[in-house]
Design a protein around this ligand. Structure first.
Ligand SMILES: Cc1cc2nc3c(=O)[nH]c(=O)nc-3n(C[C@H](O)[C@H](O)[C@H](O)COP(=O)(O)O)c2cc1C
Length: 327
């Protein structure tokens, strides 16, 4: 399948694995890229730029296909060493960066002067247009369904994607709620040039996270996510667990008075406990509604091949059949 996204990134299939904290290590990124999609290492999971440089080397040892690095720009008490991380990306020969969070404008020249393509993740049409205006090569349009931070507009992909298609000139991928061949064909029909998946890629054999995390996703239904941190305007979609319930009770009790310091036990530094130790109630962790469509733990190659076969069959049989041109 050829789209503007496969052409832009030099990949076989129009599928991207979004950056995920404590999930996007070299093992997963390389497995996704070896399957013909685009794997992404999560930059900030690496504690220092030197660690990121090592992770990039580990990924390169595992694949000769293109892969990217995610750089998330979020408000932090102590800003990460972004110039150092960018140096590691440039010196590591990485040619694709997925940015997310705040406007990446300040960092674009340092990336683009080395021929690095930038795909920015946005949760609204206005932010997508901004990304286009400042020179991003593509956007990942993240609907309300998504795991992680869906923004504050709450527009699901059935509306957000065609709205993005109406306004954008640069290519975009559909992100949030994507799981299979049906998702890919729907994304293409709504105007996207591919899709980005987070939660689905966690439940794969190569994702280097504790098996409890994969089994929690397989066991969850589409009803099992919750939105937390709304009052802080830092909304996150997470899987419901004991920590989520405790956090929501606290949010209800403190109302608009709530401050970040109030919720530190549930949100700060919890990812290693969940993803590595498999302590599923240690805190809140991002998960998409798409968990309701995830029922197994395949290899990345099995997953990507299944998606592409499903999409092709949908297009050439079911859809073509409706207009009388079935193969
Ligand atoms: C466990 C987890 C951690 C994530 N961490 C990040 C992150 O650090 N930076 C980022 O830009 N997006 C992050 N995301 C968002 C994903 O890259 C992707 O946009 C999102 O998962 C898409 O929605 P889906 O889960 O429905 O596929 C995370 C998602 C999950 C599920």
């Amino acid at each position: 399948m050829k789209t503007r996204i496969t052409e832009l990134f030099g990949i076989e299939h129009p599928i991207i694995q979004g950056g995920m904290h404590y999930v996007g290590f070299a093992e997963l990124a390389a497995a996704v890229s070896n399957a013909g999609a685009l794997g992404i290492i999560t930059g900030l999971t690496q504690k220092t730029p030197e660690d990121l440089a090592r992770e990039i080397r580990r990924c390169r040892e595992r694949t000769d296909k293109p892969f990217g690095v995610n750089l998330t720009f979020l408000p932090a008490l102590k800003a990460p060493d972004y110039p150092g991380y960018i140096r590691a990306i440039v010196e590591g020969g990485v040619k694709i960066v997925e940015t997310a969070g705040n406007n990446p404008q300040k960092w674009l020249p340092a990336l683009r002067e080395h021929g690095i393509k930038v795909i920015h993740k946005c949760t609204s049409v206005r932010h997508s247009l901004k990304a286009e205006a400042i020179g991003c090569d593509a956007v990942s349009v993240d609907g309300f369904e998504c795991g992680g931070h869906p923004g504050e507009d709450d527009i699901p992909n059935f509306i957000l994607l065609p709205r993005a298609a109406e306004e954008l000139k640069i290519p975009f991928v559909a992100s949030g709620g994507m799981a299979d061949g049906r998702s890919l064909v729907a994304a293409l029909a709504l105007g996207a040039d591919g899709m980005n998946m987070g939660t689905r890629f966690i439940a794969t054999k190569e994702a280097p996270v504790h098996d409890n995390v994969k089994q929690a996703i397989v066991a969850a239904s589409e009803l099992d996510t919750r939105l937390v941190m709304r009052a802080l305007r830092n909304t996150e979609r997470v899987l419901r667990n004991a920590a989520t319930d405790a956090l929501l009770e606290k949010e209800h009790r403190l109302g608009a008075e709530i401050k970040f310091e109030d919720i530190i036990p549930e949100v700060a530094g919890v990812y290693p406990k969940i993803m590595i130790d498999g302590d599923m109630d240690a805190g809140v962790w991002s998960c998409g509604m798409v968990a309701g469509l995830i029922r197994d733990v395949p290899t990345c190659k099995e997953l990507v091949d299944r998606i592409m076969a499903g999409a092709e069959s949908l297009i050439t049989r079911r859809l073509a059949g409706f207009v009388g041109v079935a193969a």
